[in-house]
Design a protein around this ligand. Structure first.
Ligand SMILES: [Zn+2]
Length: 279
């Protein structure tokens, strides 16, 4: 089974890399989750990879995960282990995070609504297999794409692409709150130059979208790992409100999908101009 797909530029490459870690829908045969598949699927950022499918034509490199994030979440730290889910003591480092407290660490303990993901504990071996077979290849592909462009241009801009429920649920830090159209996360200004965040916010804002910054999502592992502005590595998390393109219960595209995609294309086109001007 394919774990990820890398889409290389189909025109002159730009130092612009996108990754979509949560839009995978290929459920592995050994993922014996307890709730119905449609409940587990609410964890997905469904169609996010597809929304940006135009990007390689613009010189952008796109990496997308094909496995579901509820199986193993590439946007978590490897130490974000939920010991309560395991049959044995985890042999490596464990750093208990807010995400693990919410039941959504490296391997999710809970599905939507806070219901248990499994009827059993998981063995250390099977979590290690998920890390080796899915997490690490995905991380290697994202790092390779970013490093290649950085070597080539001396600078790189990375968009870590997601979508979010329209309203915070019980597994978020803002239950019941309606979200902005877009949330940009640069971990409070630490993962990219301030101008990059401001440019994306301004570009989306000019299209009429309401854009929030670092609220409620600041960005997690992938921007933390790849954002190093001092080395001209800029990494920004971008969350799209699912109501702009998705029926959240059935996970089908809604009437807004095409318009959103056209606007994302305009946004990326503007970003192409931004990075060219910064080189
Ligand atoms: Zn996501």
């Amino acid at each position: 089974m394919e774990v990820l797909r890398r889409h290389d530029p189909r025109s002159a490459p730009l130092p612009l890399v996108l990754d979509s870690p949560h839009s995978g829908t290929d459920y592995p045969a050994d993922f014996d989750h307890l709730p119905p598949r449609m409940v587990v699927r609410q964890a997905e950022d469904t169609f996010v990879g597809e929304l940006y499918a135009f990007a390689p034509q613009m010189g952008v490199t796109l990496v997308e995960a094909l496995f579901p994030r509820a199986y193993i979440d590439p946007n978590r730290n490897l130490a974000d282990i939920d010991q309560a889910l395991l049959a044995q003591r985890w042999p490596g480092q464990v750093t208990r995070s807010r995400k693990t407290e919410l039941g959504i660490g490296l391997v999710w303990r809970l599905a939507q609504g806070g219901v248990p993901m499994y009827s059993r504990t998981l063995s250390v071996k099977e979590v290690e297999r998920r890390i080796a077979g899915y997490y690490k290849p995905y991380h290697a592909a994202v790092a390779a794409a970013i490093d290649e462009r950085h070597r080539q241009f001396g600078a790189v801009w990375h968009l870590n692409c997601h979508s979010m429920p329209a309203v915070g649920d019980v597994m978020s830090d803002d239950p019941g709150r309606a979200r902005a159209d877009f949330v940009l996360g640069d971990r409070d200004g630490t993962t990219c130059e301030a101008e990059f965040t401001a440019f994306v916010a301004k570009t989306l804002g000019a299209m009429g979208y309401h854009v929030a910054i670092n609220d409620p999502y600041k960005g997690v592992e992938l921007v933390r790992l790849h954002g190093c502005p001092a080395e001209h590595r800029h990494s920004l998390q971008i969350e799209i409100n699912r109501r702009l393109y998705l029926e959240e219960i059935t996970l089908t595209k809604n009437a807004g999908y095409d318009r959103l995609q056209a606007n994302l294309r305009r946004c990326l086109d503007a970003l192409g101009g931004y990075v060219r001007a910064r080189l």
